[in-house]
Design a protein around this ligand. Structure first.
Ligand code: NAD
Length: 260
């Protein structure tokens, strides 16, 4: 099935320098979108945007920290001045701090919420204000299956992802009268730098695939990690015309790990 409604549309993707965000940027650029690739990591963003362009995509990089709401408002203005009206927003920027609640420092809790929930609010609000005027647009927030399944050492992350998922579904309700759809993609363990740094140098992805009773993980029923592309393809579907009647949905892309 060929996806339509993406070609020549301006797509703002946060967290686009690496991992899932970079795969989303590549998938949307491959479908003909004009990608505004946003990340706080300027060096990696430059490399990623150069790669997208070398592959024939149209992309421009913007270095912004999504926690800074004034900078986000200025970014959205600049993207629309330079590339045109934003028709697609994908919130993929995120951070992961793991640790038991009794040992979690304030700054890790704060950063987790200010990026994973606050960043989604800042960017979605700035873009939604413009989409409303045009009465069209599609938003996807990349949350996590951790939002729906309690896990040891994931309390801050899981709670922040539950916040971003429910925020996005509420936004979908508010914007539905304008024909704007807002959906969530909840990945399970996906082979990206975030997952590799959680596992550490000694870590073996098989622990995640096979499960760990100590961490209350059942493992991944499909017996493999997701690739960033698996998640990006679900995002592309949700922003396309083919998902024209889908909104406020939470699509789990986790090989069955959440058992729902
Ligand atoms: P990653 O760490 O590989 O990439 C995240 C990107 O977000 C980085 O380029 C980083 O610089 C950027 N970023 C972080 N904070 C930012 C900020 N304040 N402003 C702007 N950019 C910022 O992570 P990933 O694995 O590709 O994850 C992408 C998204 O998917 C995240 O929201 C993550 O929580 C979610 N997710 C990942 C997994 C997984 O197993 N990898 C599973 C479920 C959900």
């Amino acid at each position: 099935m060929e996806l339509t409604g993406i070609e020549s549309t301006v797509a703002l993707v946060t967290g686009a320098a690496q991992g899932i965000g970079a795969a989303v940027a590549a998938t949307l650029a491959g479908a003909g979108a004009h990608v505004a690739a946003v990340d706080r990591n300027a060096d990696r963003l430059t490399t990623t945007v150069a790669k997208l362009e070398a592959e024939g995509g149209t992309a421009r990089g913007y270095t912004v920290d999504v926690r800074d709401s004034a900078a986000v408002d200025a970014l959205v203005r600049r993207v629309e001045d330079e590339l045109g009206p934003i028709g697609i927003l994908v919130n993929a920027a995120g951070v992961l701090h793991t640790g038991r609640v009794v040992e979690l420092p304030d700054r890790q809790w704060d950063e987790t919420f200010s990026v994973n929930a606050g960043g989604v609010f800042n960017v979605s609000r700035a873009v939604a204000r413009r989409m409303i005027d045009r009465r069209r647009g599609a938003v996807v927030t990349v949350a996590s299956n951790a939002a729906g399944v309690p896990r040891v050492e994931m309390a801050a992350y899981a709670a922040s992802k539950a916040a971003s998922a429910q925020f996005t579904r509420c936004l979908g309700l508010e914007l539905s009268g304008y024909g704007i759809r807002c959906n969530v993609v909840s990945p399970g363990s996906t082979d990206t730098p975030m997952l590799r740094s959680m596992l550490g140098e000694e870590g073996d992805p098989r622990q995640v695939v096979e499960g760990s009773p100590a961490a209350y993980r059942v493992g991944i029923p499909l017996r493999k990690l997701a690739r960033p592309r698996d998640v990006a393809e679900a995002v592309a579907y949700l922003v396309s015309d083919q998902a024209g009647h889908v909104t406020m949905h939470d699509l789990y892309v986790d090989g069955g790990a959440a058992l729902h």
